[in-house]
Design a protein around this ligand. Sequence first.
Ligand SMILES: [Zn+2]
Length: 117
Amino acid sequence: MAEETTGKAKSGKTFDSAYGFSFSIAVGLVLFIAGLVISLTLGEGTSVGLIFGIPLLAAGLVIPVFMMRDLFKTNEIKAPCPNCGATIRTSDATLQLRCQSCQQVIDVREGRLLRAE
Ligand SMILES: [Zn+2]
């Protein structure tokens, strides 16, 4: 999913993250509701609903957490400030930051630090 958009615009990554975030929420919600419905409808009197419903409920809670953990596992960037050369440590989720040494505003683009215009 991520590979397809790497060649695109610079803002592609943030869009992907936002999309992935809502997608994992949606998947979790669908599984959770399906589990709820199954355990409530089939579950009356029998354990069938619970056998199918509970795992779905659990999956609905666990899957989004796993998907989001992947999403938030961003790459750390450690690079010298383009203005003063001081080492700046940030993540590729950062779009813009201010150098602590020279107060220069730095743009973070595709893992590289660029002096903001
Ligand atoms: Zn600097």
